[in-house]
Design a protein around this ligand. Structure first.
Ligand code: CUA
Length: 334
């Protein structure tokens, strides 16, 4: 719908952790479609109104009075014409405002129509990352991950939004509008992707120092791929057989890491920081800040404050020779 030039412009902007562009005009689902349609309708009508107003203003400015004319003199004919023009303009304005209200109401109905997605996620905004819990009728099939949401293509997914600290805002522009995550209450938003792809999202409410680095990815894939991914996520963490990884695991389990992070299947049971059971399978670490590579994991552990100043990840004291095995172990958690 004429979005190309905007998209080309947006694609020129570097977005950290972005695997495509992050734009509400690059739509990939019915909710985002309805919002984009609303945007173009408003843009077209309001631009027309603006152009007509400016043209009328310029025409009025061009009119010259003859020298000697009394500026207060009016002609009955002119008066009548002006009354008609102004009344029509007022009526037209009221009509346009009413029409836009109705169109906007229609879009809201699409956005908040149904609330019965077969897949339900509890997403909790935290400074400065997203906790993602997949719910299921069977408790054995529930699991927790972070910052990366996988969904099956063409299916409605209900996201229950909560916050554990301050107000955040969940926003994946290609799939839906934004919705606040508010402490002490639950909001609900639905997303649906029409084609496979990776859609970047972003916290859209200023929530502290690292608000800008509170990204997330939505990976839309076929039902089959999604089930494969889900089965992998449900399973406990990989137990290393490689000596380097084993050493890394031992370091992790004997350091304060386990106070905050969970790795299912091990003694690490912390719940305040991202679940690391399958951290190596995620595309990014630190909420969309760094691609998941061994080097980046090591850099993050050694200097979290340098990468995300103000982040709650503390600096863990490690001997230089402990860093490499620890990063190797974490990367192996696919
Ligand atoms: Cu969370 Cu901004």
């Amino acid at each position: 719908m004429g979005a190309r030039p905007f998209l080309i412009l947006l694609s020129a902007l570097p977005l950290s952790g972005c695997s495509g562009w992050q734009s509400a005009l690059d739509t990939h689902g019915p909710h985002a479609d309805s919002l984009a349609r609303l945007f173009w309708i408003f843009l077209a009508i309001l631009s027309t109104v603006w152009i007509v107003t400016i043209v009328m203003l310029l025409l009025a400015l061009r009119r010259r009075r003859e020298p000697g004319d009394d500026p207060l003199m009016t002609h009955p004919g002119t008066e009548r014409r002006m009354t008609i023009v102004v009344s029509s303009a007022v009526a037209l304005t009221a009509l346009i405002v009413m029409a836009l209200t109705i169109v906007s109401y229609g879009a809201q109905r699409v956005l908040f129509a149904s609330r019965d997605g077969p897949l339900t996620l509890l997403v909790t905004g935290q400074q400065f990352w997203w906790k993602v819990q997949y719910e299921d009728a069977s408790p054995a099939r529930t699991f927790t991950t972070a910052n990366e949401i996988h969904i099956p293509v063409g299916e409605k997914v209900l996201i229950k939004l909560e916050s554990s600290d301050v107000i955040h805002s969940f926003w994946v522009p290609s799939l839906n509008g934004k919705l606040d995550a508010i402490p002490g209450r639950q909001n609900q938003i639905e997303i649906q992707a029409d084609r496979p792809g990776v859609y970047r999202g972003q916290c859209a409410e200023f929530c502290g120092w690292q608000h800008a680095h509170m990204g997330l990815l939505v990976v839309a894939e076929t039902r089959q791929d999604f089930e494969r991914w889900r089965d992998g996520q449900i399973s406990a963490a990989h137990i290393p057989d490689d000596p380097e990884e084993q050493k890394g695991m031992e370091i992790f389990m004997t350091k304060p890491c386990i106070m905050c992070h969970q790795i299912r299947g091990t003694s690490a049971g912390g719940k305040v920081a991202p679940d690391l059971t399958h951290v190596g399978s995620r595309q990014y670490i630190a909420a969309g800040t760094l691609p998941t590579t061994r080097g980046n994991i090591a850099a993050w552990i050694v200097d979290p404050q340098g990468i995300k100043p103000g982040v709650h990840m503390p600096l863990v004291q490690l001997a230089p020779e402990e860093i490499q095995p620890l990063a190797t172990y974490l990367e192996s958690l696919k």
